[in-house]
Unconditional design. Structure first.
Length: 497
């Protein structure tokens, strides 16, 4: 009888433990939500690309090491998206950073990743959205803080807006001369500069993931594309206040994503591939873009941080609209990726907009632009063009500019020459020789093109070139420097007299 009582007692204990464990498991499950598929197709980023690029990146990030836990956590997300193998354990690293890091911007990044990535890992994001809002507020990002708070309360109703670019491009009656290259921006050591993150502070697809995402001023940059432009400024003015703007909030309307402006409206269209970056995190139809790319992604941070100069990519309609928006608020903008600058010809606004322009020291300052070259309205300008699609389409940048300019100056003499790919500058030069033209508008991307243009410029001091979509590459700045009277840029405020 005693043994039977013991077995009943033991059975009761076991059942009680099992019920307790079941209850704990139930309660734990109740704090989570069903995991959702993200609204972004991350794997679509690789469609049409060389599979070797993806496999090489996987191999690199599997061996990647860095002492900074935030960098390693981001690298983990890169590997997650590259392989398609989820790793929600990464979230514990972001929690540690959010709870204890001394830098407000790093806490902002960690909390935002936790909030926007919660759905995908079946977690409730409400608390982390509140924490992200607090971090944004501490950084002075009021609009972001409001949006994050409302996302945590599940009551953010996105308001979408648009920007119309107003231009005034008048050619005086009887004008015979056009001057390009007079526009300029002066940068001093106390100028507040804001740049995109991508290709300036880091570049995940090029194995450049060493920036610590802190609020400290940038002191080193990548040495190519927009990073080279910011680096040229820092080389002359090493104490300049330069910040990489991380963390723009975007919302989806139809099939298009729009970045937020400084009023909390979603205004500037983003290119789809930037949403597919592995460091972009999605909560339903909202996204948080860590590796910002393009002027369209920089507006709220630039305005809230009182930027005086913004540097980023301009190769899209939304980016051109964002540049114009900033110019209306007195903020200068430089975008060396300038294919869409034709949309801004004759723009209104107190800020100065520059495409791929020279960056040069002048005493205790750096001057961007200020390289005037004159052209007669009666002379023939031979303009490079193309009908090819990506990635060749950038060779039409000069043609876009001059076709728009000709609407205001219809007496201009223009000859368009199609190229089908890189290293066909000789086609433009041949026409210039044949037609006895002393002026060409071209893109310089390769060493061969640089050599060809230099050879033509050395033939005569009367030969002049206007560069388009060349500022991203290492040849434009030396050309500006070596031929200051012969090489200029597509000025958005040309002067006619």
């Amino acid at each position: 009888m005693r043994n039977r009582s013991f077995h009943v007692f033991l059975s009761g204990v076991v059942i009680g433990v099992l019920l307790t464990l079941a209850g704990v498991k139930y309660l734990a499950r109740d704090t989570k939500k069903a995991a959702r598929e993200p609204a972004i197709c991350y794997s679509c980023f690789w469609q049409g690309s060389d599979p070797k690029l993806r496999s090489d990146l996987i191999e690199y990030f599997r061996q990647f090491k860095n002492p900074d836990p935030l960098i390693m956590a981001d690298a983990g997300y890169v590997l997650w998206r590259l392989t398609g193998n989820p790793n929600c354990d990464l979230r514990s690293e972001y929690r540690k950073i959010a709870a204890s890091d001394a830098d407000t911007q790093r806490r902002y990044v960690a909390n935002s990743v936790l909030a926007f990535g919660a759905d995908e890992c079946g977690e409730d994001p409400a608390r982390t959205f509140r924490a992200a809002a607090d971090s944004a507020r501490q950084m002075g990002l009021a609009r972001e803080a409001t949006a994050l708070k409302r996302l945590g309360e599940n009551n953010l109703q996105p308001r979408f807006a648009s920007t119309k670019i107003n231009t005034e491009l008048r050619v005086p009656a009887g004008a015979s001369t056009m001057v390009l290259g007079e526009s300029k921006v002066e940068v001093s050591s106390d100028t507040r500069v804001v740049s995109q993150v991508d290709r300036v502070a880091r570049d995940w697809i090029s194995n450049q993931l060493r920036w610590d995402l802190s609020s400290a001023n940038l002191r080193t940059t990548l040495d190519y594309h927009e990073g080279a432009i910011v680096g040229a400024i820092l080389q002359q003015l090493p104490t300049t206040n330069v910040h990489a703007a991380t963390g723009v909030i975007a919302a989806k309307q139809g099939d298009t994503w729009f970045a937020m402006d400084d009023e909390g409206e979603f205004r500037f269209a983003l290119l789809p591939d930037k949403l597919m970056y592995p460091t972009t995190h999605v909560f339903r139809d909202f996204a948080w873009i860590e590796d910002t790319h393009g002027i369209s992604a920089l507006v709220p941070f630039a305005i809230e941080s009182k930027a005086q100069l913004v540097i980023g990519c301009g190769d899209a309609v939304g980016k051109a609209e964002a540049a114009y928006y900033l110019a209306q608020r007195g903020i200068n903008v430089m975008f060396p990726g300038d294919r869409y600058q034709d949309l801004l010809l004759g723009y209104t606004g107190s800020g100065t907009l520059l495409g791929g322009a020279p960056v040069k020291p002048l005493g205790s300052k750096v001057v961007i632009g200020d390289q005037p070259v004159s052209f007669s309205l009666a002379e023939l300008i031979v303009v490079e063009d193309t009908k090819k699609l990506f990635p060749i389409q950038y060779y039409d940048s000069g043609a876009r500019y001059f076709r728009r300019l000709a609407l205001s100056a219809p007496t201009m003499r223009l000859r368009f020459v199609d190229v089908d790919g890189p290293d066909e500058l000789f086609k433009v030069i041949n026409v210039a020789h044949d037609k006895k033209s002393r002026a060409i508008a071209v893109r310089i991307m390769t060493q061969s093109e640089d050599f060809t243009l230099r050879s033509w410029l050395l033939e005569s001091k009367l030969n002049r070139a206007i560069l388009f979509h060349s500022g991203l590459y290492p040849f434009a700045q030396p050309l500006f420097r070596d031929f200051p009277q012969q090489v200029t840029f597509g000025d958005l405020r040309p002067r006619f007299h």
